[in-house]
Design a protein around this ligand. Structure first.
Ligand code: PLP
Length: 480
């Protein structure tokens, strides 16, 4: 394809994308296909000869779209959302065209510098302490874009592990590193995302999963008791991963209690995972939920969840970047350059070497909407969640199972888990809505995430109509 044809196909693609997104609500939210459906439709071998573009696009319509789950559908209420907006799509498009691999400052200076600047913009808008910002005199902190929140948790755990091992080696110079590693203990709540468990597996460290309180919040006394107990057993607490806005029910760990406890232990790294909820802190009225952040060593949030930015764009800030990079630096000659001492080389801030120009889309979004536009976006979704919560509360057959602070409502039919499993399965099977379950306080609940990009008040009403219709039908013939 040459640039003349690309001009034509590009315009056609923009048209295709606009029509897809404009008409998305006419589609089922989830596809009606069985595993392996595509194998029957696509040849087992790649074509030997070039094919016509029209034929490729015909197959997109005929073979791919029927198997797509439409995450941008206004009635997609599952998981947390996948961010999207036209400025973000355009940012990715330009980044793809520039096609640089910005692993060091020299590898593409604008790619590195824009990332540092927009991460400062966003960090300030969220209300992170100044220590987390890069563009201050003598700053030790800064932000970086990672692929996912899981990666943010992993790299901070790796950094904490390196720091703890260094300290232990100084104290016990003749003890083998493997033995020291076996002493390290990380902590998180039962409500933390499973990525913390995965990070501990990768890091070869022990993880103690703690019981939260009745509001699904990890409390200081629980953490302190566990850390003290472990210390008496000869173990070394080194990493605490807390969550602001948990996946199951959007609960908040108590940072104001946890922070001072971590400070009492030498060398404990406190990480705060705000993958979803962190975006909301750009609203002044929601900043109280961030209280205690001053104790944290690192913080992450995913603009690709709730800030109109496409996947991937997971933002991580650290208070001391040397502590992060010291765990990750390898420095072969072919990657060195003349400005290594005075510039940021993001290859030292994460696992991969190669990195895309992801800050472009974040920059496009922040400029196109302005902070006020982004705040209105978050507030609109919270209003929708409150609207849904009220609908549930007004129907005595149902109960709300979480404190609705942001865009997630956990609800269930009063009664057995089986009844709720059946309700969710029949609704999801219809393709009219999509929701997923969670376990909250040992009960099976249905998560209703009210934050699809274009969801409106009418979509919430529609969702409730569908839910109550299926519930009535189920209750009439209830054998559960
Ligand atoms: N942390 C929390 C609180 C989450 O809700 C999620 C995913 O929803 C993750 C981490 C993992 O996010 P990612 O898919 O970016 O790794």
């Amino acid at each position: 394809m040459d640039s003349d044809e690309f001009r034509v196909r590009g315009k056609e693609m923009v048209e295709y994308i606009c029509s897809y997104l404009e008409d998305i609500s006419k589609r089922r939210v989830t596809p009606s296909v069985e595993p392996g459906y595509l194998r029957k439709l696509i040849p087992a071998e790649a074509p030997q000869e070039p094919e016509e573009w029209e034929s490729i696009m015909q197959d997109v319509d005929a073979k791919i779209m029927p198997g797509v789950t439409h995450w941008q559908h206004p009635r997609f209420h599952a998981y947390f959302p996948s961010g999207n907006s036209f400025p973000s799509i355009l940012g990715d498009m330009l980044g793809d065209a520039i096609g640089c691999i910005g692993f060091s400052w020299a590898a593409s200076p604008a790619c590195t510098e824009l990332e540092t600047i927009v991460l400062d913009w966003l960090g300030k808008a969220i209300g992170l302490p100044d220590d987390f910002l890069a563009m201050r005199p003598a700053s030790r902190g800064g932000g970086v874009i990672q692929t996912s929140a899981s990666e943010c948790v992993l790299v901070t755990m790796l950094a904490a592990r390196a720091q703890a091992l260094k300290r232990l080696k100084q104290q016990h110079p003749f003890v083998e590193e493997g033995v020291l590693l076996s002493k390290l203990m990380a902590y998180c709540s039962k409500e933390a995302h499973s990525c913390v468990e995965k990070a501990a597996m990768i890091c070869f460290v022990k993880l103690r999963i703690l019981e939260p309180d009745a509001n699904s919040s990890l409390r200081g006394n629980t953490l302190q008791a566990a850390m003290e107990e472990d210390e008496t057993m000869g173990l070394v607490p080194f990493f605490v991963s807390t969550t602001l806005g948990t996946t199951s029910c959007c609960s908040f760990d108590n940072l104001m209690e946890i922070g001072p406890i971590c400070s009492k232990f030498p060398c404990v790294w406190l990480h705060v995972d705000g993958a979803y909820a962190g975006n909301a802190f750009i609203c002044p009225e929601l900043k109280p939920l961030l209280q205690g952040i001053e104790y944290a060593d690192s913080f992450n949030t995913n603009p690709n969840k709730w800030l109109l930015v496409n996947f991937d764009c997971s933002t991580l800030w650290v208070r001391d970047r040397m502590r992060l990079t010291s765990a990750l630096v390898v420095d072969p000659l072919y990657l060195q350059h003349g400005y290594s001492d005075t510039s940021i080389d993001y290859r030292h801030w994460g696992v991969p070497l190669s990195r895309r120009f992801r800050s472009l889309k974040l920059w496009f979004v922040m400029r196109s909407y302005g902070i006020s536009g982004l705040q209105n976006y978050i507030r609109h979704h919270i209003k929708l969640a409150k609207q849904f919560e009220l609908l549930v509360l007004n129907d005595r057959r149902f109960e709300v199972c979480n404190e609705v602070k942001l865009g997630l409502v956990c609800f269930r039919l009063k009664g057995k888990d089986k009844l709720n499993e059946k309700l969710l399965s029949s609704i999801n099977g219809s393709g009219k809505l999509h929701m997923v379950p969670a376990n909250v306080n040992e009960k099976y609940v249905i998560r209703f995430c009210a934050v699809a990009q274009n969801a409106s008040s009418e979509d919430i009403e529609y969702a409730w109509k569908v839910i109550t219709e299926y519930a009535s039908e189920l209750l009439e013939k209830d054998e559960c």
